[in-house]
Write a protein that binds this ligand. Structure first.
Ligand code: PFF
Length: 469
């Protein structure tokens, strides 16, 4: 127990930190694996030509995402506090400016915006789970165009239906609040212990199904792993880099928040490897589950955001056992989204708990409700408020662009500068011990030079689109 004067700075729930290294890895991998892997990765791979894009993405994960992930976990554990207080405490201990707490503030802002639209898309997965259960995607050997129209219409009518969108969004936020309100050990840990292995099992089953039943597995493998560099554009490289952040949940202090409950004995480098490895494995498996089904029905993989909500369901209606496959697929998508959404609420709740001295359930309910309200704007952006377009984008697109193109890369860049240049090597080495001297030097080099430079390119491209194309 800390002294009275320490109490507000330490995590209120610190005594209920991760019960084991595995629990932390499951939670962090659960955060990383989400809509980004299952919804976004396959469609941006489809849009950007396949293999060469996947290769660039893998390099971005290894060279930029992974080192920043380790840095975030390191900062969280070093500071043992919420993302704002981490920088205040480190500033005081190491005699460096506490203004770096701006990184924490940006992270919290980012959590607010991302969760508000993320939960709306997670709600789509719930609606589609319901469609699957109610047999909308059962085997129907009807004429192809009628089918495509019907399934496409299903998606359009979802977006045009504020009630349905809000119902999905509300359910996701309620589940997220419920889990976070119960704390790290009693809530987050219990949820991820069931859901993350569940995710692995389902995706494995889906890949086996796609391989065994479609006859197109070979084509999907060569689409994803045979790089054709003539299809690679500068813009695609930057999309891959931006996505590397989003998919690893770095840049907005979510991993820092999880890291703040991590035991000193855990080797951070190894843990970060395991997290990034699981995330990459599931993204690749999602591609290997989706593309064979899509190819087997002469559909195209470059359909954009509609890939899993339109293209794939069209294919489901034409395969034997499509109802079951679609139930498992959308259950997978919904669970993946939920294990991510809890990690977005966590840093906010940690901060508010500290700031207002409220109980965790109360903090989770108040913070979650504010995000729920913001999310209403995102849901209505598809219908009633579609005419409201500040900066030329509806609210959903605006929040998506602001976070993914600006705030996340900026957060990642500042974290790499802070860990690479501002914190003393001694302070870092204490946290990163356990690795070899050479990996430590490589890590520092990446944090100092490669990550900030590469991210600067992404930012310039976001702010001045078309510059590199
Ligand atoms: N990594 C998640 C995904 O791929 O869907 C999204 C995400 C979660 C981003 C948590 C940021 C975050 F803090």
């Amino acid at each position: 127990m800390g002294t009275q004067s320490h109490a507000p700075v330490e995590q209120a729930d610190a005594n209920a930190g991760w019960s084991s290294r595995l629990a932390f890895i499951l939670a962090a991998a659960g955060s990383a694996v989400g809509l980004g892997n299952v919804w976004k990765f396959p469609y941006i791979t489809g849009e950007n030509g396949g293999g060469a894009f996947v290769l660039v993405y893998l390099v971005c994960i290894a060279v930029i995402g992974l080192p920043i992930l380790a840095a975030e976990i390191m900062l969280g554990r070093r500071g043992k506090a919420n993302p704002v207080q981490v920088f205040v405490k480190l500033g005081e201990e190491e005699q460096i400016s506490t203004n770096w707490q701006g990184i924490g503030w940006m992270g919290l802002l980012c959590s607010f915006f991302i969760l508000s639209f993320y939960s709306v898309v997670a709600g789509w997965a719930l609606v589609y789970l319901w469609h699957s259960i109610s047999g909308q995607f059962s085997l129907q050997p009807s004429d192809a165009t009628g089918l495509a129209e019907r399934i496409g219409g299903l998606f359009d009518s979802l977006l045009a239906n504020p009630g349905l969108l809000l119902a999905g969004h509300t359910l996701v936020m309620m589940a997220t609040i419920f889990i976070v309100a119960r704390g790290i050990r009693g809530g987050v840990e219990k949820a991820v212990r069931i859901m993350v292995p569940g995710l692995l099992l389902i995706i494995f089953g889906l890949v086996v199904y796609a391989a065994a039943s479609t006859g197109e597995f070979g084509n999907a493998v060569s689409f994803m792993f045979n790089p054709d560099f003539s299809k690679l554009t500068w813009n695609a490289v930057l999309i891959a880099l931006g996505h590397a952040f989003f998919t690893l949940s770095v840049g907005m202090c979510a991993m820092m928040a999880y890291g703040s409950f991590l035991d000193r004995s855990v080797n951070i480098g190894k843990a970060a490897f395991a997290i990034a490895g699981l995330d990459t494995l599931i993204a690749l498996m999602a591609g290997l589950a989706i593309f064979p089904i899509v190819f087997a029905h002469q559909l195209t993989p470059g359909e954009g955001p509609g890939l899993v909500f339109v293209t794939l369901p069209i294919a489901f209606t034409e395969v034997p056992g499509g109802t079951f496959v679609s139930i498992f697929f959308f259950l997978f998508l919904a669970m993946a989204a939920l294990t991510s959404s809890i990690s977005m609420l966590e840093p906010l709740v940690e901060y508010m708990e500290y700031r207002c001295n409220w109980s965790r359930p109360r903090t989770a309910i108040v913070t979650g409700t504010i995000i729920w309200v913001l999310g209403i704007g995102c849901a209505l952006a598809f219908n009633l408020w579609s005419g409201f377009t500040p900066f030329g984008k509806n609210l959903f697109d605006l929040f998506d662009w602001l976070t993914q193109s600006i705030l996340l890369p900026m957060g990642g860049m500042l974290i790499s500068i802070y860990a690479g240049w501002i914190l003393s090597r001694k302070a870092i080495a204490r946290e990163m011990e356990g690795g070899t001297a050479i990996t430590f030097s490589v890590w520092i080099f990446l944090m100092r030079f490669i990550a900030p430079l590469a991210i600067a390119l992404v930012l310039v491209n976001s702010l001045f689109p078309g510059l590199f194309s």
